[in-house]
Design a protein around this ligand. Structure first.
Ligand SMILES: [Zn+2]
Length: 206
């Protein structure tokens, strides 16, 4: 049975503080047994900046509501019902989707969830992380690809100890991602790409 709670002002304030996501507030909380907590959130700002010309736009064109996954609260999975609004720019006369800092476009999870999952994948492997049920193997592989292209643009600073590790993509199939880690801060520096270890060994031997 689903319990739907239109949160009181006090609860909204508390939930918004607990969520710690900048630029949004919690509007309502739904709890579904066996599924988790669903928080409906809304952007605080009524305008957004056009990525083409940099002009502020207030003119709402369309609402686009969908559900993404976030970090769990204790044992409960948390889902966010978000609205990525479309505005129509006065200058360009074209609609654009607003940028949300906490979730990438066309992604089904928050950036902070991706960060946490990637850390877990570094310590384990994809299958055992996927088995926990929060995210699927496809989502983890998408997270790795995104992190890989983001990291490719960054230059590591003050790097003293470099570690090389690999992530098993699919157990027993010999598919690996090579990962570079700053051993002092244990931060991810680069993901070299997903290569078949078997192919690599074959190349080395030929
Ligand atoms: Zn514009």
């Amino acid at each position: 049975m689903a319990a739907v709670t239109m949160a009181s002002k006090k609860e909204i304030k508390m939930l918004t503080e607990l969520l710690e996501l900048e630029g949004v507030k919690v509007v309502s909380r739904h709890q579904h047994k066996g599924i988790g907590i669903i928080l409906e959130i809304e952007p605080i700002h009524e305008e957004s900046i056009c990525p083409r010309c940099g002009e502020k736009s207030h003119k709402l064109h369309q609402n686009h509501q969908y559900i993404i996954k976030d970090l769990p609260w204790g044992e409960s999975p948390v889902f966010l019902e978000i609205n990525r609004r479309q505005f129509k720019c006065k200058q360009c006369k074209k609609p654009f989707s607003e940028n949300l800092d906490f979730v990438g476009k066309r992604r089904t999870y928050t950036k902070r969830l991706a960060q946490k999952i990637l850390q877990q994948v570094l310590e384990n492997d994809i299958n055992s992380v996927a088995k926990e049920g929060l995210v699927t193997t496809e989502e983890i592989e998408r997270m790795l690809k995104d992190a890989s292209s983001e990291l490719a643009d960054l230059k590591p600073r003050d790097l003293k100890k470099l570690g090389l590790d690999e992530i098993a993509l699919i157990k027993g199939k010999g598919n690996y991602c090579a990962v570079l880690i700053d051993l002092e801060s244990s931060k991810l520096i680069a993901i070299i790409g997903c290569i078949s270890l078997l192919q690599m060994v074959q190349k080395m031997l030929s």
